[in-house]
Write a protein that binds this ligand. Structure first.
Ligand code: 4AD
Ligand code: MG
Length: 460
């Protein structure tokens, strides 16, 4: 369909002013009066709507029938003129075609709906300003991630979605099976024998293990794709399906990977500031006061860093009455993370050197024998956005970590082999795309960063 995208009209205003243009879009607002009707059209190309003015003396009533209904899809031809508001342009309509009628049962009649209500109509909520802005930022942020790694000499690799091992060892794998319910099956072995792979299989929780395979051949790689976790937690920051960016770097120790993670967060934040100004302004007005200044600060200033042991001291001395008691060896709960980020540091902070018993098997054991070279990046308002570590590259220590956790050694044969054949220090991290989006937009619920969120007891 020959038409001009609405974003182009403002971007190349001078070229289009006074000329005839044809545009398409959906009606976002409309006003009718005796002599003139106004429609604000949006085609998804920009945050701002474009006003269409219908001089009713030039249109028969039936020509405009249905064209003022919210949600209707229109194709309009007219002349681009300077609008009433400074800077704005509008179209003086000469003809209009109703591409898709939309009756009054269209749910988005009111200007503002609650986020809870909008979650009940995921297929339509993407037509609101909030979700338009969210998905434009999501697109830009994804592009920025690729740009960062490409600029820095990383290879983009595709790791499998179906796997036979549990990277995090947390037992949160969704099973992949073609065997249906059969009451006669007596054991897991019997069940698996009849199954597609002849062994248990699941959806990946992380591309890391395969990422390590690639890094120990190609040097610097990253994966960027969907990961899945059957986590039983019904929180505002856990999704059953989410996207993860996972770089893996050979010849990198923990401090090297922390530097890469910092540079990446700064780069992608700067990219969104530079390319999504209208969207960020919208989120600042509606969802988080001071959002843009916060992001400028992320892009321009150093991140904090604290040892886990010191973080425990800070929490114990805080005088706060936490619901989960704080002692060395405990996992940091949301309330603890929030205290550190929102009240102590007020900016991103790397918590480094966690106790080995609360972290995954693959993390490098420190010289103290108690802690691992691992860090989480915590940010105000959201908590953990990155999980990062140097990997255990010593065969015997890794073997022990797997056995100590009661994990099946046979599932990790390839992974162990990497430590037998030219093992090198290497490190990597995983950034949750949706968590980053929450941080960048100030949106408080992960369900509002995805088109169709999948969470416990919810599959729209
Ligand atoms: O800390 P996690 O579990 O680390 C890993 O999966 C490592 N294998 C990554 C690596 O080193 N290559 O998860 C990494 C990040 C978290 O910091 C968080 O941002 C996000 O993934 N994440 C989730 N996001 C949404 N919903 C969930 N259920 C998430 N679980 C983790
Ligand atoms: Mg983690």
């Amino acid at each position: 369909m020959k038409h001009t995208e609405l974003a182009q009209l403002t971007k190349q205003k001078d070229a289009f002013l006074g000329k005839q243009v044809t545009v398409c879009g959906w009606v976002r607002t409309s006003r009718d009066s005796k002599n003139v009707a106004f429609v604000e059209l949006n085609d998804g190309s920009a945050m701002k709507h474009t006003q269409i003015v219908f001089d009713k003396s030039k249109f028969a009533a039936e020509q405009l029938a249905g064209c003022l209904n919210l949600g209707a899809a229109l194709k309009v031809t007219g002349t681009l003129v300077v609008g009433m508001k400074a800077e704005a342009v509008e179209i003086a309509a000469e003809s209009a075609e109703l591409l898709g009628a939309c009756d009054l049962s269209y749910p988005l009649q009111k200007k503002r709906h609650t986020m809870e209500y909008l979650r009940t109509i995921p297929h339509l909520r993407v037509r609101t300003n909030t979700f338009n802005a969210m998905f434009r930022i999501r697109s830009q942020l994804s592009y920025a991630i690729h740009e960062f790694f490409r600029k820095n000499g990383f290879y983009y690799v595709h790791t499998p979605i179906i796997t036979g091992s549990d990277c995090e060892g947390a037992g949160e794998i969704f099973k992949v099976t073609t065997v249906g319910f059969a009451p006669g099956i007596k054991s897991e072995q019997e069940y698996c024998a009849a199954d597609f792979f002849g062994r248990p299989a699941g959806l990946t929780v992380s591309g890391q293990l395969e990422g390590e395979v690639m890094a120990t051949a190609m040097g610097k790689i990253y994966t960027f794709g969907p990961t899945f976790r059957a986590e039983n937690s019904n929180t505002t920051r856990h999704a059953a399906e989410f996207w993860q960016v996972e770089p893996e770097v050979a010849f990198a120790e923990i401090d090297d990977i922390i530097e890469i993670a910092t540079d990446m967060i700064k780069f992608i934040t700067r990219y969104v500031l530079d390319n999504c100004a209208d969207e960020l302004k919208f989120f600042e007005e509606r969802f988080e006061a001071g959002l843009i200044a916060k992001l400028e600060n992320v892009a321009n200033s150093e991140f904090a860093r604290v040892d886990y042991t010191d973080a425990i001291d800070i929490l114990r001395k805080s005088g706060k009455d936490f619901s989960y008691p704080v002692e060395w060896g405990c996992d940091l709960q949301t309330e603890h993370e929030r205290y550190l980020t929102d009240e102590v540091y007020k900016k991103p902070v790397f918590v480094v050197n966690y106790p080995k018993d609360i972290k995954s098997f693959y993390m490098k054991l420190n010289a103290d024998g108690k802690t691992v070279a691992a860090t989480d990046l915590l940010v105000p308002g959201v908590g953990e956005i990155i999980g990062c570590s140097e990997r255990e590259n010593d065969y015997d220590k890794l073997l022990k970590a797997i056995s100590d956790r009661g994990m099946k050694l046979s599932d990790y044969g390839n992974y162990l082999d990497l430590r037998r054949f030219g093992s090198v220090p290497h490190s990597g991290f995983g950034l949750g795309l949706e968590r980053m989006l929450m941080y960048v937009t100030g949106i408080g619920n992960i369900r509002d960063t995805q088109i169709f969120p999948r969470t416990k007891n919810y599959l729209a």
